[in-house]
Design a protein around this ligand. Structure first.
Ligand SMILES: [Zn+2]
Ligand SMILES: [Zn+2]
Length: 217
């Protein structure tokens, strides 16, 4: 509630009045088709595999994201994470609903936080996003994943990220046949893949990934 009492400024352009002004919200760089059917990377024409994911063994069936992780989105995600600006969460949810089609799965879940990263009052953007999407998609929200501490992914190469995060997740019982795993940012896909892998090991037959933002190199 604190953010309601502070002077409001757009986290992208710093214009006064609101946490995300109409212009910056409208200008968020939506990811539009054609896409790689599998990993969701924007491509010149629709493909089933792309240069990013060809030859990779992925535990998830598809990944979809709402916006490119550009400088504006980076500021938005940072403010959402660090300053708990709830209106940004609402904006992120709205943009995901606008861009990503509703999945037909049994349940929605999210990548749990790293236990080392000092969670403030339980604030965890991926869970907030998953909860809001589950409500609109009329799907149950479940939380079967646990996460052990790992080194920070920042600054690691793709292969290092994959090794670093492999095995940090495991899932309890009661995992349904198909589910969507929600996260805030899809960077290399290593986290999504490790989480999907744990869900598959616990009995899920299909895991799809939905994130607010995606790094497109
Ligand atoms: Zn703005
Ligand atoms: Zn791909």
């Amino acid at each position: 509630m604190l953010d309601l009492l502070l002077p409001q400024r757009c986290v992208v352009c710093a214009r006064g009045g609101t946490q995300l002004c109409m212009r910056c919200r409208a200008g968020l760089p939506r990811i539009e088709p054609p896409l790689c059917e599998r990993c969701g990377l924007p491509t010149a024409w629709p493909v089933r595999r792309c240069r990013e994911c060809a030859g990779q063994r992925l535990a998830f069936a598809s990944a979809r994201s709402a916006v490119h992780y550009d400088d504006a989105v980076r500021s938005l995600v940072a403010a959402w994470k660090e300053r708990e600006l709830r209106r940004l969460a609402a904006a992120a949810v709205a943009v995901v609903l606008e861009v990503v089609p509703a999945p037909s799965v049994d349940a929605v879940t999210f990548a749990p936080p790293d236990p080392d990263r000092g969670l403030k009052r339980g604030h965890h953007p991926p869970r907030e996003l998953a909860k809001a999407l589950a409500r609109v998609w009329e799907l149950p929200l479940i939380a079967p994943l646990r996460r052990r501490a790992a080194k920070r992914q920042r600054g690691l190469s793709r292969a290092e990220r994959r090794r670093n995060v492999a095995g940090v997740f495991d899932a309890g019982t009661g995992v349904p046949r198909s589910l969507v795993l929600v996260d805030d940012v899809f960077t290399s896909g290593a986290t999504a893949n490790a989480a999907a892998s744990a869900l598959r090991a616990a009995g899920a037959k299909r895991v799809d990934i939905v994130t607010f933002a995606r790094v497109v190199r």
